[in-house]
Design a protein around this ligand. Structure first.
Ligand code: BV8
Ligand code: ZN
Length: 252
């Protein structure tokens, strides 16, 4: 069977699974925002200037050089301030509206799912438009582009940090509890635009599969989980996700 026939057959199978499902979990990564113009972590070698993003997104880097880390996040705010959700983000809103029990787990800190209209969004790694005070713990939304350096906490005056989860930091306990509760009881899970490298998000698909879910991957290239998942659909999220959600009447 040709690759395109195989893809068409797999698309029809997944569309039917999504139509029948009562409980759906979607997990997204940087790949779903790529077509909106947001650089992925693996794209461009994951570099910002001469730095690896994974080196700057750490508490150690912030302790060592908070001005540099804030420059890094201001650069990403500038990029994100000029982008819009794409058709893949919007298709997930349609899927949410027609599915009785739906949750969207995202590794992205860009807020594009909410901007597209998604409601049941769980941000595993935080949100770039929020800041948190390391001293008094106060969280607040701050959409200034750029944030003037050094940004201070309105409550205690300490310097605030981006309200995101850095490498080496644990995810929020309540966020993890919500995520695993949904992963442990979903009928279908769709994993979109993630390279499957960063834990614990990378193992969530296998967890759901071990608990009985039918797991589908949508990605531009194969990942370490492509063979383990039930179906791996290779292609652009902006092309495949809307076709997975469209009504059966429309041309596939
Ligand atoms: C934790 C917020 C407890 C900040 C992020 C050794 C072994 C295993 C694990 C570890 C280890 N050592 C340390 C760890 C733990 C570490 C980890 O996993 N490290 C990795 C690098 C090995 N994890 C942690 O530290 C986590 N905390 O585990 O706490 C603990 C603590 C200490 C020690 C042990 C345990 C916290 C992780 C969260 C970090 N914060 N973001 C910020 O963004 O600035 S992670 C960040 O990077 C993103 O949120 C995302 O999670 C990740 C990037 O991955 P992707 O989103 O998948 O993006 P990527 O570019 O990689 O891939 C894009 C994919 O899309 C590609 O496959 C591409 O083909 C595809 N694509 C591209 N275009 C399209 C497309 N697909 C479809 N359509 C397109 N158009
Ligand atoms: Zn404070």
């Amino acid at each position: 069977m040709s690759r395109s026939d195989q893809l068409a057959e797999n698309m029809a199978l997944v569309r039917e699974k999504l139509r029948q499902a009562r409980r759906i979990v979607v997990l997204t990564g940087a790949g779903i925002s790529a077509e909106s113009g947001v650089p992925t972590f693996r794209g461009a070698g994951g570099l910002w200037r001469e730095y690896r993003a994974t080196d700057l997104a750490t508490p150690e880097a912030f302790a060592r050089n908070p001005r540099l880390v804030w420059e890094f996040y201001n650069y990403r705010r500038e990029v994100l301030a000029s982008v819009k959700p794409n058709v893949a983000h919007k298709a997930l809103v349609t899927l949410e509206n027609r599915t009785p029990d739906f949750v969207l787990l995202t590794q992205n800190i860009d807020g594009l799912h909410q901007a597209a209209g998604s409601r049941a969004v769980v941000e595993l790694h935080g949100n770039i438009w929020w800041v948190r005070c390391p001293q008094c713990g106060r969280r607040s939304e701050d959409r200034r582009v750029p944030i003037p350096y050094p940004p201070h906490c309105d409550a205690c005056g300490a310097m605030v940090r981006p309200d995101v989860v850095w490498f080496g930091e644990s995810l929020d306990a309540h966020v993890l509890q919500t995520a695993y509760a949904k992963l442990g009881q979903c009928d279908v899970m769709v994993v979109i635009g993630t390279s499957g490298v960063v834990q614990p998000a990378a193992s969530m698909g296998l967890y759901a599969q071990e608990h009985g879910a039918f797991v589908v991957e949508v990605n531009l290239e194969p990942t370490p989980y492509s063979r383990a998942f039930n179906v791996s659909l290779l292609g652009k999220a902006g092309d495949l996700v809307p076709r997975l959600v469209q009504d059966s009447g429309e041309p596939s």
